[in-house]
Design a protein around this ligand. Structure first.
Ligand code: 5AD
Ligand code: SF4
Length: 430
């Protein structure tokens, strides 16, 4: 979602006449788009801001001004900290108000030395104010939903991104058409809780994600569809059926369980048990036997026993994820879990994460190895490190390198997989 937001922020700046530069020393404006999900991500921005100040001062000696901005969830959660720890920041906006950047810049330029912090939960939708979204290549993100009402006890998202909001169907279709006409072949629909989508259609009727997927699948030129991230309790039967009915829907789904222990899931305030989750996986595999699953896991949630942790490992063994993301529990200020008793020692968290990741990687590796010899359609998105090489994505989100000339960029090509490692594949056009 932050990548999508950053692209939209860059789009705003382009309408104001700015161009992107890869060098901070050349930048008249530097914006950090921040994440607050875990402590490590949130702390990073303060060290980045320190470095940006040094560059700002160097530029000042050459008579050049630099505007430093901060966007995203750290602003929403820690606006006072930013003002205190980085008073040189010119402006800061939360994830729901970055459409106001043009006004903010105008205010700053009218009165030198002004700084603006905007952390309002606005009544208007930012999407109504953003400039047209042009595709960044053959794969594009499209935010269809934002915010979350689930209040998992460890998570900051409901506090930083606010309550759930679904964009109207017509608005999503229009953005998709725009992206397709500027070169998109693959759309990845985004939302913190994307499968709880409930946007209004053209007649004011509330529609769900399965309806939206079917409408998008009718668009000419769209070859691939994905959606992320889904919440297990919102994985309805009609949505599961889409994995059978819609050929453009890729056979890969990210469906976080977080923990395999029912006790921990309850303490996390998740609205599903381990068995509910496994039943959904079984149904998805029935709908599309080719489907590969991915998940997020948290180890070391307060009160997690050795037995609870074993339950998580059992889920991994049952599902056999082809990819996954796993994290040590990180205390987030203001969330209920931060003040729960029986916080787990760092050493134990570290050990459990290592064990879990070793197991997850073994399944990922096994899956990648099983692809060798198969032929898959690969969408080539970028040039490889070596000349005459392109990097693309398989239907399962694996990175694949192939010896291909650059006229094959932004195309889907049938590739025979020749080699596999845990993190990537190699292959050649057939
Ligand atoms: N500590 C560790 N991981 C977290 N996540 C969310 N909040 C926390 C936290 N406090 C993880 C979850 C979520 C992913 C985006 O980040 O696994 O699915
Ligand atoms: Fe956070 Fe996801 Fe839980 Fe919402 S469903 S509170 S975004 S972990």
């Amino acid at each position: 979602m932050n990548v999508y937001d950053s692209q939209r922020i860059a789009g705003i700046l382009q309408t104001l006449g700015f161009e992107e530069t890869s060098s901070q020393t050349q930048a008249d404006i530097v914006i950090f788009n921040t994440c607050h999900i875990r402590e490590k991500a949130a702390e990073k921005v303060f060290s980045d801001l320190g470095r940006a100040l040094l560059i700002k001062n160097e530029r000042l000696e050459q008579g050049k001004d630099t505007i430093i901005g901060v966007c995203g969830c750290v602003v929403q959660a820690e606006d006072e900290q930013i003002a205190k720890r980085a008073p040189f920041v010119d402006f800061a906006t939360g994830p729901l108000t970055y459409h106001r950047i043009p006004e903010i810049l105008a205010k700053i330029s009218r009165k030198k030395g002004t700084s603006v912090i905007d952390t309002e939960f606005p009544a208007e939708s930012k999407f109504d104010f953003l400039p047209q979204n042009d595709s960044q290549g053959a794969c594009s993100y499209l935010a269809i939903q934002e915010g979350c009402n689930n209040f998992c006890t460890y998570c900051v998202v409901p506090y930083t991104r606010g309550v759930e909001y679904s964009r109207p169907v017509a608005e999503v279709i229009n953005e998709a058409k725009q992206l397709i006409s500027s070169g998109t072949l693959e759309l990845n629909l985004l939302g913190q809780n994307v499968n709880s989508y409930h946007g209004e259609d053209e007649h004011g009727k509330e529609r769900n994600l399965s309806y939206l997927l079917q409408r998008l699948a009718e668009l000419d030129g769209l070859k691939r569809l994905r959606y992320t991230t889904s919440y297990p309790a919102d994985m309805t039967d009609d949505l599961i059926a889409c994995h059978k009915k819609i050929p453009q829907l890729m056979p890969y789904l990210h469906l976080p369980i977080q923990s395999g222990s029912n006790t921990i899931l309850k303490a996390m305030n998740r609205r599903h048990s381990k068995d509910d989750y496994l039943r959904i996986i079984d149904k998805l595999k029935q709908a599309n036997p080719q489907i590969g699953m991915s998940s997020d896991f948290i180890v070391g949630f307060p009160g997690e026993t050795e037995k609870d942790f074993q339950d998580t490992l059992d889920v991994v063994k049952y599902v056999g994820y082809i990819q996954a993301f796993s994290f040590k529990y990180s205390k987030r200020p203001g969330t209920p879990a931060a003040v729960m008793p029986h916080q787990i020692e760092e050493k134990v968290k570290k050990e459990r994460l290592q064990i879990l990741q070793d197991l997850l990687f073994s399944y990922q590796d096994k899956f990648n190895q099983s692809c060798v010899g198969k032929v898959m359609p690969v969408l080539f998105e970028s040039k490889g490190r070596h000349s005459g090489q392109l990097i693309g994505r398989t239907p399962y989100m694996q990175n694949l390198h192939a010896p291909l000339s650059k006229d094959n960029l932004n195309k889907i090509i049938e590739i025979k997989i020749t080699e596999a490692t845990t993190n990537s594949l190699s292959g050649e056009a057939i």
